[in-house]
Design a protein around this ligand. Sequence first.
Ligand code: AN7
Length: 326
Amino acid sequence: MHGVIARYRDRLPVTAATPVVSLGEGSTPLLAAPRLSDRLGVELYLKWEGANPTGSFKDRGMTVAMSKALEAGVAAVICASTGNTAASAAAYAARAGLQALVLQPHGAVTGAKVAQAGALGARVVQVRGSFDQALVAARTLDERGTHVLVNSLNPHRIEGQKTAAFEIVEELGGAPDVLALPYGGGGNVRAYARGFAEAAAGSPLLVAGEAAERATTLASAIRIAEPAHADEATRAVRESGGRVASLPDEEILQAWRDLAREEGVLCEPSSAAGLAALGRAELAPGARVVCVLTGHGLKDSETAARESAEPIVVDPDPDAIAEASS
Ligand code: AN7
């Protein structure tokens, strides 16, 4: 069954009258991570959300938000975005036949994400200012009624995103002991908390990783100074018995490298904040831990290139190649 509405229709705010706008999102792999498990002394799994259609977890919420927007008869949607929401909104709006206006902080979104939203037909407007300022503007245009907001302040987004918790519970046969994930605006923390609560299979300890330097972090997807869901997200973490870890960029990058080189999973730097936060948590030996990897590494090829050795250039000569690679 393809798509989160098809798979979880009875647990989402849709009816038979809702036109389903889907790109086959969800049903993402839950990958065992044997080397990192050994290192942390736990049973670690990676929820690989980079496998979603536009390369990030945002698609789970966007299918519901865009379906409801189409059902409501709106003509245009708007979001402010550090890049992934914009790409997802662009794709689902194209699929729905709606116009998408995406606001991005100028100079602060990776090249791949800017190109992705544009190629998918969104109108990309870059704002001289921060993501937070762009979000204020997007909310104002939503209030004026010209556009419907599809940021995670749109409640349908959180509804869709909660389905990731359902998938984890089904695959593990229950909730994990610990769930680790990045904390940007906090919508995804809320979504998982709700998903586990609704699955009624126990609630994991939530371990959320935020950038210590929120306004300037190189993890550009989570360069969000004022998390829109701060109150609810931090309350959910506290009530779970978990914690928010504030992480220097170097810890996020180290976790990102470890995921790539130890487990073969290339996520974007922001996505590694969950693993970095686990590095600071006190984990019970043998605990069953799921770490959510929110976006694909190809989303930030600039960082990937910067953090890799320069390719060696040689003539197509076996001896030269053998020498260069030794
Ligand atoms: C890869 O696209 O906010 O804590 O505008 O792209 O739910 O905000 C992206 C956020 C984590 C943080 N990982 O999730 C946007 C945007 C990746 C992300 C987050 C984002 P929230």
